[in-house]
Write a protein that binds this ligand. Structure first.
Ligand SMILES: NC(=O)c1ccc[n+]([C@@H]2O[C@H](COP(=O)([O-])OP(=O)(O)OC[C@H]3O[C@@H](n4cnc5c(N)ncnc54)[C@H](OP(=O)(O)O)[C@@H]3O)[C@@H](O)[C@H]2O)c1
Length: 314
């Protein structure tokens, strides 16, 4: 063996804006931890980030004025920060902070940017809902910049600890019934958060300036998917059959009561049939179907020992 080691190769520096605690952030940590130095910026660092040796900068993105120290040495910037609901006074400062960041990233010559956005929604929501109005404002800032970017617009994501399918399973287990709006004939194509993290890797290594819609491998009708959730729990499907208008009213009431189960805009978005996006075609492995995930999560809820996860490539 030769004794003299050459100079250590610098690991690529990944900056995750929004951090490694959310659904996508956690999947990004797992995807990139082996071959990237990771820096995160968000408000509540997790034990997992600390254990992985992530450089955590604790801050509210909306309050950061000078981004240059955080952008130093960054090869790939991925933004996941956003809220799921709230009034404009909540979204406005976050959007302004993200816009400052993208302008600073362009000025600093950050080589690649991946920004998480959302699919198109009905025009009434696009025009009035702060969640979407401010999101589009940030998207547009990215598009108007000189950055080399990919904007990803995934449909419903799933993964351990998610706040959609896992919460739906829990609700069905508790009530043995679930609301179905307008019959459930509209579509949804769930995407594994770990597949999305892999897509971030693929898109983060390509040049260009584009927006990429992301669906999972199967386009379900919503009703087939909720039937499958009941089946995972070993229950016959039973529904409260509501109109979308009634669903919206109930969602509004739940929101007022402090529940995060479902928001009124999510009812409208679902029934608009705009969420059944086609699968992403650029992965080096098949995208994960949602069914094994549902069976594992249902087994966990029912107290059975879940089957081990199948091995993942790479
Ligand atoms: N989940 C889905 O089904 C889905 C579907 C389509 C698109 N997306 C998009 O994908 C992205 C990630 O979604 P997700 O489900 O992973 O969201 P999430 O679980 O809510 O995570 C968002 C992260 O953003 C951070 N954050 C929020 N406000 C912040 C602020 N003011 N300053 C700093 N950090 C802040 C939070 O960390 P702290 O609390 O520690 O600050 C949190 O960990 C979002 O842009 C979302 O719109 C999600």
């Amino acid at each position: 063996m030769s004794g003299a080691a050459g100079p250590a190769k610098r690991q690529s520096q990944l900056l995750i804006v929004g951090g490694g605690t959310g659904l996508v952030g956690r999947a990004l940590l797992e995807e990139f931890r082996a071959d990237h130095a990771i820096r995160t910026i968000h408000r509540r660092p997790s034990a997992r980030e600390i254990a992985l040796g992530v450089e955590v900068l604790r801050a509210d993105v909306g309050l950061v004025q000078d981004w240059s120290p955080m952008l130093e040495g960054v090869d790939l910037l991925v933004n996941v920060a956003w809220y799921r609901s709230g009034p404009d006074r909540r979204f406005r400062p976050l959007a302004a902070g993200l816009e400052r960041m993208f302008r600073a990233a362009a000025a600093a010559g950050i080589p690649r940017v991946v920004h998480l956005s959302v699919p198109p929604a009905p025009s009434s929501l696009e025009e009035e809902l702060p969640y979407l109005v401010r999101k589009r404002q940030v998207d547009q800032t990215v598009r108007n910049s000189d950055l080399d970017y990919t904007i990803l617009t995934p449909t419903m994501l799933f993964g351990p600890g998610d706040r959609l399918l896992t919460v739906m399973l829990r609700t069905m287990r508790r009530w043995h019934r679930f609301p179905l709006f307008d019959g459930g004939g509209y579509h949804i194509s769930p995407v594994a958060a770990s597949d999305l993290a892999r897509i971030v890797r693929v898109e983060g290594s390509r040049g260009g300036r584009r927006t990429v819609p992301i669906g999972g491998p199967r386009r379900w009708t919503y009703r087939d998917l909720t039937d499958r959730l009941f089946r995972a729990l070993g229950d016959p499907p039973r529904y409260w059959n509501w109109s979308a208008a009634r669903g919206r009213r109930v969602a509004r009431l739940l929101e007022v009561l402090g529940s995060t189960l479902i928001y009124p805009y999510e009812v409208d978005w679902l029934v608009s049939d705009m969420l059944g996006l086609p699968p992403y075609a650029g992965l080096d492995r098949p995208m994960q179907d949602v069914e094994p995930f549902l069976d594992r999560e249902a087994a966990r809820l029912l107290g059975a020992r879940p089957a081990p996860l199948p091995p993942q490539d790479g």
